[in-house]
Design a protein around this ligand. Sequence first.
Ligand code: AMP
Length: 181
Amino acid sequence: MELRKSINLKNFIRTIPDYPKKGIQFRDITTLIADPVGLRAAVDELVWPFLKENFDYVVGIEARGFILGGAIAHELGKGFIPIRKKGKLPGETISKTYELEYGEDVVEIHTDALSHGERVLLVDDLIATGGTAIAGLELLRETGADVIAACFVVDLPDLGGSEKLRALDVKVHTLVEYEGD
Ligand code: AMP
């Protein structure tokens, strides 16, 4: 009997149309993580493929990647390292600028957070175009770390991000998919 299949995570994720701008269907995971069953099911399903994987740290991308990444790190008995938006980390940082649909954004990590060859699992709530995750990947590779895999609750496959990440030699694990953007 597959008990895990009886929970449909999509029932916990709320879609808000036209946020943050017209035409975007915002997949809101705040309703998923507010529900104790939803949160546990999502974290359990995210960690499942990595229970026996050899790696050193979980890295989460601000902000929703912190919530899931912290829980995943705790569950797998690993430490957690944040990738943050520009200017938020107090120590010396390295930065990566990446393109958004309009303009650009910057993500940062502490220079001394990782050492060469350390193996990490990258976490965020959702992958769309892959811009954010690939900026995180490039930042991590600059530290010398080895990104063994990335996981997300939601994949928007039509936007191509998960495919791009796989093409960059990262295993990608996602839980639910939505068509379109
Ligand atoms: P991208 O860089 O295009 O892969 O976008 C991923 C980042 O933007 C993630 O941190 C998501 O939280 C957020 N994001 C992008 N599109 C959506 C969407 N339709 N619903 C919710 N969050 C989104």
